[in-house]
Design a protein around this ligand. Structure first.
Ligand code: ASP
Ligand code: MG
Length: 402
């Protein structure tokens, strides 16, 4: 078997933990598998390096920032290789460039364009464990680029795709994906198997175990991912894979809570063709990430528009909408909201899932401010202070604790 194993920042957070990773990798290699390891920087290291850069100026040159932060992953890759060789295993550490990872030129948020796996293959064929510094590649000028925060996941998935690996294991500090955040609902259960789309919904909705872009890439390349804990490697994790008819038997896979959204309502804006295009066009120009949008039927040539934006983008949104203060009756902003989402591919083939969600919140006396649905998701915006209560009630209603 050829397996790609990725270890996140907490899993390589200090020298003892790197030794622990070396033990996991060695065991796998000793069982006769070919192993490619992708590592993150030690926990906190990337932030520390970014702080260093910002010490001198608020706008450090992005090329040098990339060279700087890519070093965090190089440190852990070299240390892991040293640890493995000290245990008598043949290993080699490679930077992104040495691993053949070519990216676009956009420093700090580059995209992988191509991977030349020949060098990795050569080392594997020679019986070596190949260790790769995650999160980085080079652009056409030969400059080091990085792939955006959490980008080591992307490196691992892309390499698994390029090498046609049998599987890609993502080792982290939790032992899998849960039906909801166990800190909110201690009865949350580990999910054995989940589809890429469900994972994407749960990830973007706050279950921050894997970088969303890497799940999208895994879906595109059809790479099976197992999320598991480096502290309990013997325990089976969660398999993220292609949707199967079997998955639809489960009504709901998980409940997500997002408290980082804010609601914007524009009341009594002129109801004419092009008004939404105009407003959302201006928000898009500023890269504001608009999520749920509700517009009701206009009356007296006036319409009401409500939507959500990330809380961090609320101030910018207010600036953009300033000109509409005179072009509408009023604009309301509310950042004490929460978005609760029920996710599951089973919704495609079962009815009544939405009705259950609404009834569950009604029984708890929780008022629903906004609703949006997709094929596999129902999202509801509610008052922030009821977020956790809603999650627990929905978790129980869909019997996810069973
Ligand atoms: N070290 C980088 C970060 O913190 C990449 C990663 O850990 O995946 O974003
Ligand atoms: Mg991560």
């Amino acid at each position: 078997m050829l397996v790609v194993q990725k270890f996140g920042g907490t899993s390589v957070g200090d020298l003892d933990r790197i030794q622990n990773v070396a033990n996991i990798v060695k065991k796998y290699a000793d069982e006769g598998n070919q192993v490619v390891v992708v590592v993150s920087a030690m926990a906190g290291e990337t932030n520390k390096l970014l702080d260093f850069a910002n010490h001198f100026t608020k706008t450090p040159p992005q090329r040098e920032v990339d060279l700087l932060v890519s070093s965090g992953e190089r440190v852990t890759s070299a240390l892991l290789s040293i640890a493995l060789q000290a245990m008598g295993k043949d290993a080699i550490a490679l930077t992104g460039r040495q691993a053949g990872i070519k990216t676009t030129s956009d420093h700090t948020k580059a995209r992988i364009m191509d991977i030349d796996p020949s060098k990795m293959k050569k080392h594997l064929d020679e019986g070596k464990i190949v260790i790769i510094a995650g999160f980085q590649g080079i652009n056409e000028n030969g400059d080091v680029t990085t792939l955006g925060r959490g980008g080591s996941d992307l490196t691992a998935v892309a390499i698994a795709g390029a090498l046609n690996a049998d599987k890609c294991e993502i080792y982290t500090d939790v032992d899998g994906i849960y039906t909801t955040d166990p800190r909110i609902e201690p009865k949350a259960k580990k999910i054995d198997m989940i589809s890429y789309d469900e994972m994407l919904e749960l990830a973007s909705l706050g279950a921050k175990v894997m970088q969303s872009r890497s799940v999208e890439l895994a879906k595109k390349l059809n790479v099976d991912i197992e999320v598991k804990s480096s502290f309990k490697p013997e325990i089976k994790g969660t398999l993220i894979t292609k949707e199967t008819p079997d998955m639809e038997k489960v009504l709901v896979s998980g409940i997500a809570l997002d408290k980082n959204q804010a609601r914007v309502s524009i009341f009594g804006v002129e109801d004419r063709p092009g008004i939404s295009a105009e407003i959302f066009g201006k928000l898009a120009d500023k890269n504001i990430n608009v999520d749920m949008i509700v517009q009701n039927v206009g009356k007296d040539n006036k319409a009401n528009l409500t939507f959500t934006v990330p809380q961090t983008e609320l101030e910018l949104t207010k600036e953009v909408l300033k000109e509409y203060e005179n072009k509408s009756e009023s604009i309301e902003y509310d950042d004490s909201i929460a978005k609760v989402s029920v996710v599951g591919v089973g919704m495609k083939s079962h009815s009544g899932v939405a009705a259950t969600a609404f009834k569950t919140l009604a029984d708890e006396n929780i008022n629903i401010l906004m609703i949006s649905t997709s094929e596999i998701k129902i999202s509801m915006v509610i008052d922030e202070k009821y977020g956790e209560l809603a999650v627990r009630a929905l978790h129980k209603a869909y019997q996810l604790d069973k």
